[in-house]
Design a protein around this ligand. Structure first.
Ligand code: THU
Length: 138
């Protein structure tokens, strides 16, 4: 799947965000190594700490379906009702969660303002000096 379609899928997922507390809606579209798409949105909770980020929603959906290798993720986020977007950086917990299931030197992160306007990073750039399964001999 090309970047434009992956970003479009992230915007679509953002439309399903449940954000009655922050009113900040995030969508993620995660592409597996074998080309499957997993979408996720942020899901908040009256007990704030229970809330889940869009990226981890997508990741946990995939892993729970038996998919554990990924190549790329697109992330979009902004306040409810936004028409123009700034890039939405993935939080530290989501960077670490993704690192568990990818090669951080190859896994690509697209931070998008629109389908045409986005920044592209490798996860190793966003999570330098990562603590990885290899530290535990895995
Ligand atoms: N959020 C995400 O979904 N992904 C991120 O990486 C950053 C933050 C969500 C969590 C919360 O529902 C809202 O954005 C405001 O922090």
């Amino acid at each position: 799947m090309d970047n434009k379609n992956l970003i479009r899928a992230a915007f679509e997922a953002r439309g399903r965000a449940y954000t009655p507390y922050s009113h900040f809606q995030v969508g993620a579209a995660l592409l597996s190594a074998d080309g499957q798409l997993f979408q996720g949105c942020n899901i908040e909770n009256a007990s704030y700490g229970v809330s889940n980020c869009a990226e981890r929603t997508a990741l946990f959906k995939a892993v729970s379906e038996g998919v554990r290798e990924f190549s790329k993720i697109a992330i979009v986020g902004g306040p409810e009702g936004a028409e123009h977007f700034s890039i939405c950086e993935p939080c530290g917990i989501c960077r670490q969660a993704l690192a568990e299931f990818c090669d951080i030197d190859r896994f690509t992160v697209l931070l998008a303002k629109s389908e045409e306007d986005y920044e592209e990073y490798l996860l190793c750039e966003l999570l330098p000096h990562a603590f990885l399964p290899a530290h535990l001999g895995k």
